[in-house]
Design a protein around this ligand. Structure first.
Ligand code: PEP
Ligand code: MN
Length: 332
């Protein structure tokens, strides 16, 4: 249940009401917002003098639900806004991993050439083998920060576990919570305490409900800036790396107020399918697309098979504006 309390309730009283109801408390400029379990369906009438509004929900998708906030939340995504009434589809590009200054300089130059504003690149890689490249860590974060300074690009980078979450919060513009880290409570709780935007990637074995509840961990701690990324789920199919759940995307758009970003690269797992998939995603009228692109994919230290080269990325980029425009969107 969500309860809005009048601002003149005062912080002390609001805190006490929150405690009585085992609720989270968020202080806004014009009200207090209490969020308790969705199993609570009524609010004691003894608090009537303090109450502005109450909202009841069938499950724990509450702050993220369209019932509570009927339009997609507007989020500052680096240099551009997504969600709200913007109709923007942000195209994010960059390598799977930050590997060297020379590499990330080339990626930045590509984005600048296309007037794109956000660079991706992992520094803490959640690899499936301990013997694979694990990322440059803090050194990589510093390279991303350098790209921000030198090129004015915003950067999105992933947090693998709670040990370095504060470093990622400090050095990134958008915090990416990876598919394998989606359930990490340490990460979610740390991200709840900042106002930096967070993009939560859906775990490949997670339901939509579970994914949105991870977003609720961040929202209920007071961070309003959460987007969801669909990056493919595991099905019986083995010919592609994962299966991009576009039905799930429709569900998220219909029922939640969270901006939706699509990652065709990790879903497909092979460069050959990325162009078609990205165009299909763009036609769904989503808030963002995140694509892996590398100056020389053949030597990439992670996800080599799925990264586009610069020519492929440019060719793909050219085809997107008319598709986006057909569904009322602008590629930014
Ligand atoms: C990535 O974006 O490089 C990545 C590791 O993605 P995911 O968490 O979706 O596997
Ligand atoms: Mn990758």
């Amino acid at each position: 249940m969500i309860i809005h309390l009048k601002k003149d309730t005062g912080l002390e009283k609001a805190n006490q009401i929150a405690q009585d109801n085992k609720a989270f408390l968020i202080e806004k400029a014009d009200k207090f917002v209490l969020i308790s379990s969705s199993s609570q369906k009524e609010f004691d009438s003894k608090y009537d003098d303090y109450v502005l509004d109450t909202f009841v929900f069938p499950n724990d998708m509450q702050l993220s639900s369209k019932t509570y906030m009927p339009t997609t939340r507007e989020i500052q995504f680096g240099n551009v806004k997504i969600g709200g009434n913007t109709n923007n589809t942000i195209l994010i590009g960059g390598p799977c991993s930050v590997e060297s200054e020379a590499q990330i300089q080339q990626s930045s130059a590509l984005l600048k050439e296309l007037n794109l504003t956000m660079l991706r690149g992992g520094c803490y890689k959640p690899r499936t083998s301990p013997y694979s490249f694990q990322g440059l860590g803090l050194e990589g974060l510093k390279l991303l920060a350098k790209m921000r300074e030198e090129h004015g690009l915003a950067v999105i980078t992933e947090v693998r576990d709670a040990t370095h979450v504060h470093e990622v919060i400090e050095h990134s513009d958008i915090i990416q919570i990876g598919a394998k880290a989606m359930y990490d409570q340490g990460i979610l709780r740390a991200c709840a305490k900042t106002n930096k935007p967070v993009m939560i990637k859906r775990g490949f074995g997670s339901t939509l409900q579970e994914t949105v509840q991870c977003a609720e961990f961040v929202l209920s701690g007071g961070n309003d800036n959460v987007a969801i990324c669909e990056r493919g789920i595991r099905t019986f199919e083995t010919k592609t790396r994962f299966t991009l759940d576009l039905c799930g995307v429709s569900y998220l758009k219909e029922h939640t107020n969270l901006p939706v970003i699509l990652d065709p690269s990790h879903a497909m797992g092979h460069a050959y399918g990325i162009g078609d998939l990205t165009r299909a995603c763009s036609a769904m009228g989503v808030d963002g697309l995140i694509i892996e692109v590398h100056p020389d994919p053949s030597v990439a230290k992670s996800d080599a098979a799925q990264q586009l080269n610069h020519e492929q990325f440019k060719a793909l980029y050219k085809t997107l504006p008319p598709i986006a425009s057909a569904v009322g969107r602008t590629i930014v």
